[in-house]
Design a binder for this molecule. Structure first.
Ligand SMILES: *[C@@H]1O[C@H](CO)[C@@H](O)[C@H](O)[C@H]1NC(C)=O
Ligand SMILES: *[C@@H]1O[C@H](CO)[C@@H](O)[C@H](O)[C@H]1NC(C)=O
Ligand SMILES: *[C@@H]1O[C@H](CO)[C@@H](O)[C@H](O)[C@H]1NC(C)=O
Ligand SMILES: *[C@@H]1O[C@H](CO)[C@@H](O)[C@H](O)[C@H]1NC(C)=O
Ligand SMILES: *[C@@H]1O[C@H](CO)[C@@H](O)[C@H](O)[C@H]1NC(C)=O
Length: 390
């Protein structure tokens, strides 16, 4: 397939408008053309060519001839778990994001993903790459990355539609571009919701600039999956990566990021006002649980509305080792176990933690066996109501 795409000396506009278009795979041509119609000039970016290669490869991928063992392609009868916190890592994306959260971006293959799913009895993974912000302050590059990620993920999901779904990538902090992108990803590419990060270029999700974005999501009854990101700090020289401790951000800062952004969503009233949005909160809330009394309900007169949102429209994924003790803190707020979801965070979870995370759920003192089983599959069906087959 490679030879169909002319990549050397990628003279973009020629490819889009000139005869050279004939040499492109029709899928690549379509993507370039449709992006251009939305004001995204993909051809200007040096990540576009490798991204299109990967997308075209997925579009022509024949999984039956791929050498992936047949036994991995179908879910085992008892593999009823739905993983709402799962990431793939396209090679072109890893090249522009070699690390995140202070950890190297892992290599990812479809076969290793399916092997992981088999190991954990996962029937369906909802894939996401929530962060398009690889070039801070560059709106065009951010919109281009979001578009290519959505096309890439949609093409990958089509390879095994019974095993995969995906959340759209937004172009936040750019609101107009994000509204276009997410609507398109949901309506034409089949995304089942949108994945955001705790902050987009230093702006937390309750930022007044994002109000219009969330009004748009409300109109779509969207499911919003939130993922932690590296904290950034505004300095005279612009935004810089902030990491106040000696540890990778993924270990400590990510949990604080979840707390910061849900505090912001509650104090800005985004959480309470927009009653058609459902939120998936990662890692059983991260450090959010520790600050609800003091920093959220303690600072707002809307305690009842905030707690009602936490009780009825927030869903909490299990990613990481969260069921040994942390879950007890969440349930202390009278959160119903029927709002708990399974998340693996694979392949970003360090290999050494995969089994401990599994065991922490299996031996958790906070849920009975029926509740643990529901956490893996029944609860998620209620949230997605027909949007995903299980
Ligand atoms: C892509 O372009 C950026 C500048 O826009 C440059 O920093 C980077 O090295 C280029 N990457 C490759 C693989 O050429
Ligand atoms: C599903 O069955 C396999 C093989 O019998 C077993 O190893 C696995 O633990 C089961 N999964 C669940 C979630 O019970
Ligand atoms: C699946 O489990 C096997 C056996 O424990 C292990 O060797 C392998 O690394 C696991 N694979 C993945 C992708 O998790
Ligand atoms: C961003 O894209 C728009 C529309 O294609 C273009 O007019 C503008 O010059 C671009 N901005 C930069 C900084 O490249
Ligand atoms: C929420 O609603 C209140 C009252 O109508 C309004 O003052 C506030 O601006 C709204 N905030 C958001 C983020 O929608």
């Amino acid at each position: 397939m490679w030879t169909l795409i002319v990549l050397a000396g990628f003279g973009a506009l020629k490819l889009v408008h000139g005869n050279a278009e004939l040499q492109l795979d029709p899928i690549a041509s379509r993507i370039l053309r449709e992006a251009l119609a939305d004001g995204i000039e993909l051809a200007l970016f040096n990540f576009t060519a490798p991204a299109l290669q990967e997308i075209v490869a997925w579009a022509h991928f024949d999984v039956r001839k791929s050498g992936i063992p047949e036994g991995l392609l179908r879910a085992a009868r008892n593999a009823t778990t739905v993983d709402v916190h799962a990431h793939h890592v396209p090679n072109w994306f890893r090249a522009i994001e070699p690390s995140d959260g202070g950890m190297p971006s892992p290599a990812w293959t479809l076969e290793s993903q399916l092997q992981h799913m088999a190991n954990q009895s996962i029937g369906r993974s909802i894939l996401s790459i929530p962060k398009p912000n690889e070039f801070l302050g560059d709106k065009n590059a951010t919109a281009a990355i979001a578009r290519l990620l959505n096309e890439n993920t949609a093409a990958l999901v089509k390879v095994l539609p019974n095993r995969f779904s995906f959340f759209a990538t937004s172009a936040l902090p750019y609101v107009d571009e994000s509204l276009t992108e997410v609507k398109r990803a949901v309506e034409t590419l089949g995304a089942v919701g949108v994945a955001l990060t705790s902050n987009h270029e230093g702006k937390y999700l309750g930022n007044p600039e994002f109000a219009r974005f969330f009004t748009g999501m409300e109109a779509m009854n969207a499911i919003v999956f939130v993922h932690p990101a590296n904290p950034l700090m505004e300095t005279a020289g612009g935004l810089v990566l902030a990491n106040p401790t000696l540890y990778p951000q993924g270990i400590a800062e990510f949990f604080f990021e979840t707390a910061r952004t849900f505090m912001d969503l509650a104090l800005s009233r985004t959480l309470q006002n927009l009653t058609h949005l459902n939120w998936i909160i990662p890692h059983v809330g991260g450090s959010l649980l520790s600050i609800i009394d003091r920093s959220i309900t303690g600072r707002s007169e809307e305690t009842t509305a905030i707690m009602q949102a936490f009780h009825t429209r927030c869903w909490w994924d299990s990613a990481g080792i969260t069921y040994a003790h942390q879950l007890g803190g969440l349930l202390a707020y009278n959160i119903s176990p029927s709002f708990l979801l399974y998340g693996s965070d694979w392949p970003w979870i360090p290999a050494a933690l995969v089994d401990p995370a599994f065991d922490a759920i299996a031996t958790s003192p906070f849920l009975n066996d029926a509740q643990k089983l529901a956490m893996r599959s029944e609860n998620v069906k209620r949230l997605f109501e027909g949007k995903i087959g299980i």
